[in-house]
Design a binder for this molecule. Structure first.
Ligand code: SF4
Length: 205
């Protein structure tokens, strides 16, 4: 696989945003809210939540029922309301209100797995990491970059096969490509900008 060509082609199609420009706390909370929830629903709920509670201190002191009301559109909103309040409390009490730029510390937070932790590092801090969600996992396998069963294995393999200078782009590019063209079902191989690099191209869907 010609990785440089693949990344360049996807960047042309989906010009990436600026990494490290978002508030790490907002990235963290929004990514926890996004688990098993559509992007537009997550965005609405996160906007409502942050319009009332902007900082870890404010969210840590919030009434959990009020958090539930603000985020009730997202899946598992009751569990997530408890989680985001607890995360805010830990960030406020143990880290002086600043999200740690450290994967091990992030993984200790409730409801935070590798995808969420890596999203915080990439989008909140601009670090060179690979955040693997279902789109990244599926597309990496279809393109033959990896041959893996779980997102965790995919992250490990991608770190081996993709040069570090491309890492932080992988999540954004593959997610947008996966929502647009290389979908879970109904992939549009006839419109695919990287079809000649793909061993899994389909003639008809
Ligand atoms: S050719 Fe089809 S399967 Fe391959 S990356 Fe493009 S859309 Fe996905």
């Amino acid at each position: 696989m010609q990785i440089d060509a693949l990344i360049a082609r996807l960047k042309e199609q989906y010009p990436p945003g600026k990494f490290g420009s978002r508030d790490p706390f907002h990235v963290l909370i929004a990514t926890v809210l996004s688990q098993r929830t559509r992007d537009e629903v997550t965005d609405r709920a996160a906007d409502k939540l942050f319009s009332k509670y902007r900082t870890p201190e404010e969210l840590a002191c919030a009434d959990v029922r009020d958090i539930e009301n603000l985020i009730r559109e997202v899946g598992f909103y009751r569990v997530k309301a408890l989680r985001v309040k607890e995360i805010a409390r830990i960030i406020n009490n143990d880290y002086g209100g600043k999200v740690p730029a450290d994967i091990e510390a992030l993984l200790m937070l409730p409801g935070v797995g590798r995808k969420t932790a890596n999203c915080v590092l990439v989008y909140g801090f601009g670090k060179d990491e690979i955040a693997v969600d279902t789109h990244v996992h599926r597309i990496s396998n279809r393109l033959g970059l990896v041959s893996t069963k779980t997102p965790e294995e995919t992250e490990e393999e991608l770190r081996r096969v993709i040069p570090e200078r491309h890492w932080k782009y992988v999540n954004e590019l593959f997610v947008r490509f996966g929502q647009d063209i290389c979908r879970p079902a109904g992939r549009k191989c006839d419109q695919c900008p990287v079809s000649e690099l793909c061993p899994d191209k389909r003639k008809k869907q």
